[in-house]
Design a protein around this ligand. Structure first.
Ligand code: SAH
Ligand code: SF4
Ligand code: F3S
Length: 506
């Protein structure tokens, strides 16, 4: 970004030029500057600035939102969940078209809010912003947006906010009111990087839950499945150093976190850039950390799921017996055209190998219906795998064309009516298969981690099995449901309700 194009006041320019070059020191410097600015505004008689973060994407997106909330808090903002935040940050997703539509819909709502409150800052970031056509649309039709950045410079939030608030048209640094209102900037500050330059560790962090936490292990993706936008918007695959991951988890454990979810677009390729580092090796190290009771991970790719990993899970009493193993399609030909590098048979063989060593493993999956060129026969292969694999659950998606991906220009795009009809059949088959599988646990006593107060049942709580299945049960006599959150309880499963259980404390 060219500093001259930012129209900074002289003193803001000096502050900017004096910033340390190294990270994370540079960002702590800007958090301090913001803190001072927010404080000055409060001293000038205004309230402390509040923020609201809205997340539209996957768990990695959610994790990024936690990091940005941490930066905002460290910069002197406070969280606001009401209707009038001073700053709204929207962390976008673009994996399917409907994700984009939701964001544009929300922007329509924010536009109206901003008309009523022109001082409100609107920040857009995340995957959707990495697409040039989106930024063009924003410039053309959503001029009220104040700050735009992508997925690679999330760590720079404090610096970008400093620049935005210091722009000549924004008077936060010297709060001057004109006719009872702050002057408002009209330029959109845009900072999109094509790829990540570095992984910045040790930034502030605001975790949503006290008892469970997600931990990134890789960023980006190198697989280039032909339907998928993620490699384009998240950049090349990079692994965090094992020592950084382990020290983060140790710290979380010391704060009372007992369940860890390891995140990566393909966790099995973790550590490729380091000598002698593997995903299952990392799992073995995490297992040794005192206080960690459950370990989950998402997502493994079926093309490289080694036997060593199956053995490590089977031998562990901490790694959860739930494996999310995206199938996408059961047809070998479609899988080939998706660039996924496995076959119908090798996928089913992997499921067999997992069940052989982990007989109670819950396996869930993702399936796309209507990939270009998918014939009825291809689709029947998908149904066949669903029946044979006996999935405990499946996320099902209609194929969505993503501009710039190879599949977008493939011939024989499947007509919508055919996609809808196949989707309905798939859903039915998945439900049948799941009902059969889940039935096995009724009557047994299982360990449940209580996650929240049940919104639908008085005095009830909701928790999860190692299999990731939800269980609703009443809090024991005399126990406050609120206080049970984060604890592990033995629960007898009394009723199988399809995708969840009703239980009682054993
Ligand atoms: N890295 C993960 C998936 C991330 S995206 C993996 O490889 O499994 C989450 C899911 O969204 C994918 O598994 C896929 O089923 C779905 N998806 C991705 N791109 C899609 C598209 N263009 N249309 C429909 N579904 C899509
Ligand atoms: Fe997308 Fe494939 Fe990478 Fe998953 S592995 S994020 S589906 S390209
Ligand atoms: Fe969406 Fe980006 Fe995740 S496109 S699914 S938020 S990686």
């Amino acid at each position: 970004m060219e500093i001259d194009s930012l129209h900074l006041e002289d003193d803001a320019r000096q502050v900017f030029l004096a910033a340390p070059a190294a990270e994370p020191e540079r960002q702590y410097y800007f958090m301090e500057q913001l803190h001072r600015m927010v404080g000055a505004r409060a001293e000038a008689g205004d309230t402390v600035l509040t923020y609201q973060v809205e997340t539209f994407g996957c768990q990695m997106n959610f994790r990024d939102s936690e990091k940005m909330a941490g930066i905002l808090l460290a910069s002197g903002f406070t969280e606001e969940n009401g209707k009038h935040p001073d700053l709204v940050l929207i962390n976008t997703c673009t994996v399917r078209e409907n994700a984009d539509e939701r964001v544009y819909g929300h922007l329509g709502y924010l536009k109206k809010q901003k008309e009523r409150n022109p001082e409100m800052v609107v920040v857009l970031c995340g995957c959707m912003m990495q697409e040039p056509h989106v930024v063009e649309t924003l410039k053309k039709s959503y001029g009220f947006v104040d700050l735009v950045f992508g997925t690679h410079n999330i760590y720079k939030l404090a610096e970008l906010l400093f620049l935005m608030y210091s722009g000549r048209k924004w008077q936060l640094m010297h709060p001057v009111k004109k006719n009872g209102k702050y002057r408002v900037r009209h330029e959109m500050l845009i900072d999109i990087a094509a790829d990540a330059d570095l992984i910045v560790e040790e930034l502030p962090d605001e975790r949503k839950y006290p008892f469970k936490a997600s931990v990134d292990i890789t960023y980006g993706c190198d697989n280039f499945c032909t339907y998928c936008i993620v490699p384009y918007v998240r950049g090349r695959e990079r692994s965090r150093r094992p020592e950084d991951i382990l020290s983060e988890i140790r710290k979380l454990a010391s704060l009372g976190v007992t369940e860890i979810m390891l995140l990566g677009q393909n966790v099995n390729s973790y550590g490729k850039q380091f000598e002698g580092v593997t995903f299952y090796g990392l799992l073995q190290e995490i297992e040794k950390i005192d206080g960690i009771h459950r370990i989950r991970f998402m997502t493994p790719h079926p093309k490289d799921f080694p036997d060593e990993l199956i053995d490590v899970i089977a031998a562990s009493d901490k790694i959860c017996h739930h494996i999310h193993l995206p199938l996408q399609s059961g047809s070998t030909e479609i899988i080939r055209r998706m660039n996924r590098h496995y076959t119908k048979e090798s996928y089913l063989d992997l499921v067999r190998r997992i069940r052989e060593k982990i007989p109670d493993a819950a396996i869930t999956t993702d399936i796309i219906v209507g990939f270009p060129g998918e014939t009825e026969e291809d689709f029947l292969d998908t149904l066949d795998v669903v029946r044979k694999a006996g999935f405990n659950g499946a996320y099902m998606f209609e194929y969505s064309k993503r501009t710039g991906t190879p599949a977008a220009t493939m011939p024989d795009q499947v007509p919508e009516a055919v996609v809808k009809e196949r989707f309905a059949r798939l859903m039915e088959t998945v439900q049948e298969a799941a009902r059969k599988d889940l039935g096995d646990l009724t009557g047994s006593v299982q360990e449940v981690l209580v996650e929240e107060v049940d919104p639908d049942r008085a005095e009830g709580v909701t928790g999860r099995l190692t299999y990731n299945t939800l269980v609703h049960f009443p809090a024991p006599e005399g126990k406050n449901p609120e206080e049970l959150i984060g604890s592990y309880l033995p629960v007898r499963l009394v009723e199988n309700c399809g995708f969840y259980y009703i239980g009682v404390v054993a």
